[in-house]
Design a protein around this ligand. Sequence first.
Ligand code: ADP
Ligand code: MG
Length: 318
Amino acid sequence: MDPRKSLSEFQLVRRFFDRSPNRAVLGVGDDCALVRPDAGLELAVTTDMLIEGRHFAAGADPRALGHKALAVNLSDLAAMGAAPRWALLSIGLPAADEAWLEKFSAGFYALAERFGVDLVGGDTTRSELLTLNVVAMGEVPAGLALYRSGARAGDDIWVSGELGGAALALRRPEIAELAKRLHEPEPRIELGERLRGFAHAAIDVSDGLAGDLQHILERSQVAATVDYERIPRSPVFAALKDPRLEQECILSGGDDYELLFTAPERERESLEKLSDELRLPLTRIGGIASGAPRLVVRDAAGNPLSHRGGYDHFRDPG
Ligand code: ADP
Ligand code: MG
């Protein structure tokens, strides 16, 4: 591209990332944005980064990337029981490619507007590798945020939606019906907000069920048993007939962005009603017990299944 015809950094921001905010006092354009949380609310703040070659392949669909860069952050807010409000977007781009930016921005704003999130600022720089970082902020009534550390002996373990689909999509890209699970995950915002006061602990499944549940166990200092057969999974697995791959995707596959949470037994009925109301499956997959923070996954015969923890960027193969 002829650099003289290229958009400047400021034109680029104005054109693609500067829609007027609904809730912020001040949005894009000044040295800082200004936001004012409502009285009695705590600000939940999170950030997640996506890097070309690590989190997505070069040439990935820009619209889906715009969606996913925000979605993974909104999923963290959901897991905390927070209502999403504001976001910052920092991008490193190889070039000011207008067609690419148009689609990326459309994907980002489609999700942002669906949940009433204002893009209030960010940073834009040139970089060899496409790099995307979002900061998301949400509000949660003081004292009601869902911590990882709240699980108690006797709690049920629940998970929303289906697991394993995103991990399978990565290994079998030819299965078209799974691609959306991987590339355009749906953050479980309504569920997270409705779990306030119900759930004792919550986390979003970004690195795999076993690894993410282990985080709850360690923060809460409790043990867990999960019944493998009860874990809700993509119907595609039934046709695949590859039990090893299925187990790997369901227990250790990441990127599903479902919510994993614990709640006392007395909430079973309310959670079933909530599932109907939200039209989102909520499945009880096991229970919490006192003891060292260890997860046992049992097969149908009650025998323990071996599994590995969640994905680790520094320990696992790239
Ligand atoms: P500064 O030099 O003060 O950091 P910049 O020149 O980097 O400001 O950015 C100018 C304005 O544009 C700021 O309000 C910043 O938040 C906003 N901005 C820059 N890049 C983005 C982006 N990718 N998305 C949204 N807002 C952005
Ligand atoms: Mg800047």
